[in-house]
Write a protein that binds this ligand. Structure first.
Ligand code: LLP
Length: 433
């Protein structure tokens, strides 16, 4: 479910006209719906209610402080992957005691900072990392809560760049090595073995890989939990969302199909996993990113030119791959809709492209789209996850502004970057002066 709908043929985010926002704040513009964020959080929370559980929002998907505050207010914890992300949690008013720190390359400084802030767990991804965490904890006279991230070697069947749970990937510790590592870690005095974690990949659209991975890991979790008095088992993130609606006849599109058939919903996920997990008697952590925020955000862009070559209809817009890199990077699909519908059913196969000097700077190719012209606005849907956070200043393009909508209210939650700020931290070497 999400809260982007047409009213009188104008796209609205909750009670606010998106065109009004584009006119007031300019484009490219990210727009987030608070009701969608809370709705997604609550759906998952409710589905997992039979379990003692904690939702740690994977903030890498969207770390805008206001978005994080919305979720922190719901009681969310955070899955993070750097000291910088922990600083963001604190800036957003989140609780470090509900934070899980993942990542293969934690530095000593990051470990020290997270220990001082009292995070819930370090999810260690190698034995040298456990040794390092123990060393930093000893220096600070603290005991560090740790879990091992197990790599269960299960193919999540998703895009190669976002699969994480096979032995081809850098993530986690090989299944066969996990017990030995816990045995050695149990001898390190400044570690507390608090649990075990796994994460097999992102944008999973079927519950099967989760079931396979949980079933494979479960006997080991039981054994280790008894031996080391575990408190939790984390099954990671990865819940997929609808990017491309499979249209049944008579249906209108993305805005009507939030509960499309066969999709991995919180309920199907919970129905399969709760019977496996409940008997463990442990706290279950989940780390959803995209599920919470993906369909809660759109990227609004303005058409600059329409260029017709004999072969192609290029719709050149003011957003580019530096604003939303997913199509260029993963060939991912984002639905593209006009902010104003005119009722015409005629479409033209179009390439929507940005102004960046790369052939990869496109949002879609040969997609049937309504006819548009200079000054029209388009929205790229499902852009709330891994959108703004992956933006760059390539081609000296300033980063987009971000807006949060709540009912009839809208607030700028990130100002549009000023071009001169792009080189604010650069210096010209003295010998060049
Ligand atoms: N937990 C861990 C340890 C992760 O590495 C990730 C994502 C998540 C949770 C959250 O996964 P989610 O629920 O959002 O699927 N940039 C890519 C996705 C990269 C995902 C990285 N890790 C994209 O745009 O599709």
């Amino acid at each position: 479910m999400h809260h982007f709908q047409y009213r009188n043929n104008k796209l609205h985010c909750e009670g606010v006209s998106v065109e009004g926002l584009a006119e007031k704040f300019g484009t490219p513009l990210y727009v987030y719906s608070q009701a969608t964020l809370t709705d997604h959080y609550q759906k998952l929370d409710k589905a997992l209610a039979p379990l003692d559980h904690m939702i740690c929002f994977a903030m890498k998907a969207n770390s805008n402080l206001a978005v994080m505050r919305v979720l922190a207010n719901q009681g969310s914890g955070f899955d993070l992957v750097s000291g910088g992300e922990l600083q963001r949690v604190i800036a957003a008013g989140g609780d470090p005691r509900k934070c899980a720190f993942a990542g293969v390359g934690k530095t000593e400084e990051e470990i020290e900072f997270a220990l001082r802030k009292g995070i819930y767990t370090f999810n260690a991804e190698s034995e040298p990392e456990l040794i390092r965490i123990n060393k930093v904890a000893a220096r600070l006279k603290k005991v560090a809560p740790v879990a091992v991230r197990v790599n269960p070697n299960i193919d999540a069947g998703t895009h190669a760049k976002i699969t994480t749970g096979t032995y081809e990937n850098k993530f986690g510790i090989q299944f066969e090595q996990v017990e030995g590592i816990y045995a050695r870690a149990s001898k390190l005095k400044n570690l507390r073995l608090r649990g075990l974690q796994m994460h097999i990949g992102s944008q999973l659209t079927s519950v099967n890989p989760y079931e396979l991975a949980v079933a494979k890991v479960l006997p080991m979790v039981k054994k280790l939990a008894a031996k080391y008095k575990f408190e939790f088992f984390s099954i990671g993130g990865g819940l997929g969302i609808i990017y491309k609606p499979a249209l049944a006849s008579g249906e209108e599109g993305w805005w009507n199909t939030s509960e499309a058939k066969g999709l991995l919903t919180p309920d199907t996920y919970a129905a399969k996993l709760i019977p496996l997990l409940k008997p463990l008697g442990l706290k279950i952590l989940v780390e959803p990113g995209r599920f919470i925020v993906g369909n809660a955000g759109i990227l609004v862009t303005r058409v600059e030119y329409v260029k017709r070559t004999g072969k192609k209809n290029f719709v050149i817009v003011d957003a580019a791959m530096n604003d939303l890199i997913r199509p260029a990077f993963y060939d991912s699909y984002h639905e593209i809709v006009p902010l104003k519908r005119n009722g015409a059913s005629k479409t033209i196969p179009s390439d929507v492209v940005g102004p960046i000097c790369e052939s990869g700077d496109f949002f879609c190719k040969d997609r049937p789209l309504p006819k548009v012209g200079e000054g029209d606005y388009l929205a790229l849907l499902s852009a709330g996850a891994y959108g703004f956070v992956m933006a760059s200043n390539y081609n000296a393009r300033a980063m987009a502004a971000e807006i949060l909508v709540n009912g009839k209210q809208a607030a700028v939650v990130r100002d549009r970057q000023q071009v001169k700020d792009i080189w604010r931290d650069e210096k010209i070497a003295t010998w060049l002066k």
